[in-house]
Design a protein around this ligand. Structure first.
Ligand SMILES: [Zn+2]
Length: 261
């Protein structure tokens, strides 16, 4: 992966972050998603994470509902806001199809429908920025991974049948759980930096600078045997002791921060 720097549009991106984190909090399921991509990203560490998939499909769902319900009160300024925002990302959104003068009660909804593929493309592009923020929120990640588990297993605890044909042969164990695979260096590095070289449970230093004896562990937030996935968003940094104590459970990590000054 390149180490290029990217522009980051704080104020608008946080709006999308809020929509996604509220959706996860309310247990809003994956919607209209690419099932093949979902299976690939669940099986083996993929740079397009399950969270990327969730972000773009949830935003599309949210805004198509929004425009359908509030199509009559979409104002020209709001349309312009979208046009300018997408322009910043090199995506050309057209005003064509939106006509305020006609007093069409569904002008907003009709306009959204005409431009739906442009919106889809935009949500795909910004999903990376939304993931960039949410990847830092470890309590969010626990909730998100619980949601992922609910896609994988039905209420009776068996594997979701509609996904059954999507799994490659030998990808899973006999009980349907996903097989363990090596955690690539790029995932380890990202998780190590995100967790600042400390155990997410007891805050123990794992950089090797303070104490050379502490052993670091890359832990599945939702354990594989509990129908967790090999997704970068399902990995956290723990010390060996906490990892042993945690066992097969999923526990909320602690939230501590040190003030900048
Ligand atoms: Zn610990």
């Amino acid at each position: 992966m390149s180490s290029e720097f990217r522009n980051f549009k704080f104020s608008s991106i946080y709006e999308f972050v809020n929509i996604v984190s509220e959706a996860v909090e309310n247990g809003f399921d994956f919607w209209n998603f690419n099932e093949d991509l979902f299976v690939q990203s669940a099986l083996k560490f993929n740079r397009i994470t399950l969270l990327h998939i969730y972000v773009s499909s949830t935003l599309l769902c949210y805004y198509s509902r929004f425009f359908r319900k509030s199509g009559d009160c979409v104002e020209k300024e709001y349309v312009d806001w979208w046009i300018h925002l997408m322009k910043d990302y090199g995506i050309r959104l057209r005003r064509t199809g939106y006509d305020v003068d006609k007093e069409d009660v569904n002008a907003g909804w009709a306009w959204f429908q005409k431009n739906e593929t442009t919106f889809m493309r935009f949500f795909d592009v910004i999903s990376d920025e939304v993931v960039y923020i949410l990847f830092n929120d470890k309590q969010f990640l626990v909730q998100f991974n619980r949601l992922v588990r609910n896609v994988l297993i039905d209420e009776d605890g068996t594997y979701a049948e509609y996904l059954e044909l999507k799994w490659p042969q030998n990808a899973r164990n006999d009980d349907g759980t996903i097989k363990r695979c090596n955690i690539p260096k790029w995932v380890q590095q990202a998780v190590f930096h995100r967790d600042k070289g400390r155990c997410v449970f007891c805050n123990k230093d794992l950089t090797g600078l303070v104490n050379t004896l502490n052993i670091k562990n890359y832990d599945h937030i939702i354990p594989l045997k509990d129908y967790g996935t090999n997704d970068p968003c399902n990995i956290q940094l723990t010390c060996e002791e906490c990892n042993k104590k945690k066992g097969g459970k999923d526990i909320m990590p602690q939230y501590k921060y040190q003030s900048w000054w």
